[in-house]
Design a binder for this molecule. Structure first.
Ligand code: 9MJ
Length: 675
């Protein structure tokens, strides 16, 4: 009996290590080696054993990441090595001063630094004793934090056990808990559906999720962890020479670390790193609020030491704030290319995201109502990267008594035509069409834009004059413009007029995809225009296409198809196209190559067994066949996947014995989604 228990114990240890390795591959390396269904099977096996032998459950078991009971309050944790903060540098001169202090302090000419992104999350400390995750705490005031062990355990990328046979007695790993941008968007979507409050940004979402007394709530939010340092340690294996070696060591212990970290030399290296990361910022999967520079050689770090509560050997180089507070002076309404009326906040100028902002979008009437924005309010404005500045929220406490409500106008502020709001749309639109000068201007600007007909020099000011003086009414009029007409305009030298006429002439030779995009058909962006050009090959066939034919093109659904049909049903649009062709706009016509049909599951054989929870067998078959897969009745070595539902038959056993990949309904849907 005892021998049997020992065997089960051993098996459970193996099972736990295997599951944690798959966790690591999935959550840290983003490179799983088994399908989810296979992982679920391992997990269920472990759960079953632990149910049968509860005395064998260990704290580091992957089953113990979830399900703990809510706490009444968080306990206090004293950090044996304080969790210090960093000093900040807000511009290059402050970084230069930092580098000078370091060089002078060490009497060295050029310093080796480790440069890393500065995560915008919550600092935590993870304490491992004899290789097991024991306590996790917030930073708190740097000396005492809160015990959030149960919450941290739910974060799948945090190892519960270090992957070492002879683990260190003590290792405290420090880093940041955050929420990836994509998980933040998904969470807010769910909050919206549930009618609960959305989070303002990923940092607030991460903080709100981590400070839960009920770890089951934390478990339902997807949080991430990145390590950037250590605290208390009794570890003979730990590298003691450089910070970069230390990070590589933590990575070898399966802790996630920033991929963007880099060793650089001297001030020049630091400032170049800052620029590189600033340029990448928007495309990173997480929010960062700057970069951190650390003297890389640990002996040098020790030599420099600390000032008050921050190290002398490190500094945070912060990005310009992306949010700022200012006053909303008024609300104007702008008319877009498709007639959409957009309320725009006129602001007291404010420096945010590296530029001075005077206008910010309020999106639409619903958003104004939802945020309860009033004229005269103090508001928070956000400008992130290339995104149009927006009003995020109101500082209600600062609302003056004479703050005024705003109402969307019922007529277009430019042409006076009626503004209507369709039942399923968030925006009101001017019904003036191309008779509305605002829409006409936008249509012409879009037509001339770089990705459309690419007419260099035809900017907003020039188009304003051309439309206001009735020189240009439609894009086709551009091709009738002479140097004389242009040179008469305000601030237009002969040379510029000449250049513009040349650019207009050059734009005549284009591609079908650009031309389709330039027409400004609603819901037809650049990618759709390319798809349409590839599918039809010539414009006449596109103009004659009906809804059914259009919908046969991948990625074109009923809404886009309807927009295209509506556009060419308007006589004045067809006339404009004819005028453009008559003025010499042309492209290489080809017979139209129907886009090659790519069927991702071509050649794959599936067998279905058991009842799936949400799909009939016929539905599953239809979905598989739509992507080129074949569904067969019996399992053989030629079967690629067996899809298993409730109460599967012998087909399941056969699949297991042949080592065939097994999918549940979720696994099948994921495969269909991702292929
Ligand atoms: C962040 N927030 O990403 C440190 N940090 O080092 C990085 N914070 C830090 N390092 C010492 N990358 C104290 C704080």
């Amino acid at each position: 009996m005892n021998e049997n228990i020992e065997k089960i114990k051993f098996h459970l240890q193996q099972l736990r290590s295997e599951i944690e390795l798959h966790n690591y591959r999935y959550y840290v390396l983003d490179n799983p080696v088994i399908p989810d269904a296979e992982y679920d099977k391992l997990f269920r096996e472990l759960q079953q054993f632990e149910q049968d032998y509860p005395q064998l459950i260990t704290a580091d078991s992957p089953t113990q990441r979830v399900g703990a009971a809510p706490l009444k309050a968080f306990a206090q944790v004293t950090h044996r090595v304080p969790m210090l903060s960093l000093n900040n540098a807000f511009d290059d001169a402050e970084v230069e001063a930092f580098d000078r202090r370091v060089r002078e302090g060490l009497a060295v000419d050029c310093i080796e630094y480790n440069a890393e992104p500065k995560f915008d999350g919550l600092a935590v400390s993870l304490r491992y004793e004899n290789g097991l995750f024991k306590t996790g705490a917030t930073r708190g005031d740097g000396y005492t934090g809160e015990d959030i062990t149960l919450n941290l355990k739910t974060i799948r990328s945090i190892p519960l056990k270090l992957p070492l046979n002879d683990p260190p007695a003590i290792l405290e790993v420090r880093g940041e808990v955050l929420m990836l941008k994509k998980d933040f968007l998904r969470l807010n979507q769910q909050q919206l559906v549930k009618g609960e409050k959305e989070f303002a940004n990923p940092r607030n979402a991460a903080a709100g999720s981590l400070r839960q007394l009920d770890p089951n709530i934390t478990a339902s939010r997807r949080l991430a962890f990145f390590a950037y340092g250590i605290g208390d340690a009794q570890d003979t294996r730990m590298p003691k020479t450089t910070h970069s070696d230390l990070m590589a060591y933590l990575s070898s212990l399966h802790f996630p670390i920033a991929k963007e970290s880099q060793v650089v030399m001297g001030l020049k290296g630091l400032l170049e790193y800052y620029q590189t990361i600033a340029a990448k910022r928007e495309s990173l999967p997480y929010d960062i609020d700057g970069v951190v520079y650390k003297v890389n050689v640990i002996a040098q770090q020790e030599q420099l030491g600390f000032v008050s509560r921050a190290p002398r050997f490190a500094i945070a180089h912060k990005f310009p704030a992306q949010e700022a507070v200012t006053k909303l002076l008024d609300i104007d309404v702008q008319v877009g290319r498709t007639g959409a009326l957009t309320p725009v906040a006129r602001l007291q100028p404010v420096f945010v995201g590296g530029v001075t902002v005077t206008n910010a979008t309020l999106h639409n009437a619903d958003e104004i109502e939802r945020k309860d924005v009033r004229i005269g309010d103090t508001v928070i404005v956000r400008r992130a990267g290339d995104v149009i500045p927006e009003v995020v929220s109101v500082v209600v406490e600062k609302r003056p008594p004479d703050a005024r409500l705003f109402a969307m106008p019922s007529n277009c502020p430019v042409c006076g035509a009626k503004a209507v709001r369709l039942p399923d749309e968030a925006v009101s639109r001017c019904t003036g069409g191309l008779f509305c000068p605002a829409q006409r201007k936008q249509a012409i600007l879009h037509f001339a834009s770089r990705r459309a007909m690419d007419i260099d020099g035809l900017g907003e000011k020039l188009v304003d004059q051309l439309v206001d003086q009735a020189i240009v009414r439609t894009p086709a009029d551009l091709y009738r413009l002479g140097i004389a007409a242009l040179a008469n305009l305000e601030r237009m030298a002969d040379k510029s007029a000449n250049n513009i006429v040349k650019a207009i002439e050059a734009s005549k030779h284009t591609t079908l995809a650009r031309f389709i995009y330039a027409l400004g058909i609603r819901n037809v962006g650049e990618a759709t225009a390319k798809d349409l050009a590839a599918h039809f090959g010539n414009l006449d066939r596109l103009m004659a296409a009906d809804i059914e034919e259009l919908q046969q093109i991948a990625d074109i659904g009923p809404v886009v198809a309807q927009s295209i049909v509506d556009f060419f049903a308007e006589a004045h649009n067809c006339e404009a196209v004819e005028q453009l062709r008559a003025s010499g706009v042309h492209w290489d016509e080809h017979a139209g190559r129907p886009a090659a049909v790519y069927l991702p599951l071509q050649g794959k054989t599936f067998v279905l067994t058991g009842a799936l929870p949400h799909m009939s067998r016929d539905e599953a078959k239809e979905k598989i066949e739509a992507q080129g897969g074949k569904v067969s009745g019996s399992v053989s070595s030629k079967t690629d996947y067996v899809v298993v539902g409730a109460e599967p038959g012998s087909k399941y056993d056969k699949a297991v014995s042949l080592g065939i990949t097994i999918l549940d309904e979720d696994g099948l849907l994921k495969l269909l989604d991702h292929s």
